[in-house]
Each structure stands twice: as structure tokens, then as C-alpha cells.
Design a protein around this ligand. Structure first.
Ligand code: SF4
Length: 144
């Protein structure tokens, strides 16, 4: 058994994940969690099905501009593509000063929109990273 956090929403209920023969066989609420004290809502209680679903995507999917079909990409390739686009957009859209010469040091070229499956620690790091990169528009359901 390993302890985890339900991935579905920002409540962050504690889970006990039971593993047998390298397969998740059961997920239950964790009584030791101060957040949920052993409880899970129906979505969290059904998350073993989410882990084991044959419909679960295991590969990065990419649809190029004007493409009509999804392509599979290696994770490394997809990460490089994202990094190149973030760096390129930042360079192209960087605003160092306004018309009066006052410092702006920002980009409006990209924004960050997070979902509730990100936990507080991930959101903290995303906020720090994109603020340091000059992004202004940063939002997440969890609203940290
Ligand atoms: S069990 Fe339900 S309420 Fe708790 S984190 Fe998961 S989805 Fe949210």
C-alpha cells in the first residue's frame, strides 16, 4: 500500500493505493488524511478504474497545424517542442519598457491556465516559474 492524493480536484483527498503484482488493485480513502479523514467522493472512490482503464492514454498526442489526425510523439520530442515555443514566444513578445521608458519586463505572449488535477506544490512551482519568465496571465482553479 502506498499513500497518495486523489488527482481529480483541488480538495486533495488522501488515498491509500493497494498494489499487487505491479498493478493497482484497490484505492480507498486514507483515514490519516487531515483533509478528508478517510472519505472519498464517487469520483475519487472510482479512481482505480481511471488508473486501469484500457482507454487511458499512454502516449503524447500531437495534432500539427491544419492536421486532421493525431500523431504520437516521444515525450522528449514533445517537451523540446514546447520549450522552443515558450522561449521563442517570450523573445518575440518581450516588453522591456513602456512608451515613457518605465520598466515593464513582461510578456503578454503566453498565459498559463492550470487545472485542478495539479496539486498545490505543482501550482506553486508553475506560478514561480512563469512569473520569473515574465508572464502576467497566470490562473488556476485552485487559485494559489
Ligand atoms: S475524492 Fe472527490 S472531493 Fe476528494 S479530491 Fe477526489 S474528486 Fe475531489
Amino acid at each position: 500500500m502506498v499513500r497518495s492524493i486523489c488527482p481529480y480536484c483541488a480538495v486533495g483527498c488522501g488515498q491509500k493505493v493497494f498494489v499487487k503484482d505491479e498493478r493497482v488493485v484497490q484505492i480507498e480513502g486514507d483515514r490519516d488524511s487531515p483533509i478528508s479523514r478517510g472519505r472519498l467522493c464517487p469520483k475519487g472512490a472510482a479512481s482505480a478504474g481511471y488508473v486501469n482503464s484500457p482507454l487511458r492514454e499512454q502516449k503524447v498526442k500531437y495534432r500539427p497545424p491544419h492536421g486532421t489526425e493525431w500523431q504520437e510523439l516521444e515525450l522528449e520530442t514533445a517537451m523540446d517542442m514546447i520549450a522552443e515555443r515558450v522561449i521563442g514566444t517570450r523573445e518575440e513578445s518581450w516588453e522591456d519598457v513602456n512608451g515613457d521608458g518605465q520598466p515593464l519586463r513582461r510578456t503578454l505572449g503566453f498565459a498559463v491556465l492550470g487545472g485542478a488535477t495539479l496539486d498545490s506544490e505543482e501550482n506553486y512551482l508553475i506560478k514561480k516559474f512563469f512569473s520569473a519568465a515574465g508572464a502576467v496571465s497566470i490562473e488556476n482553479q485552485a487559485r494559489i
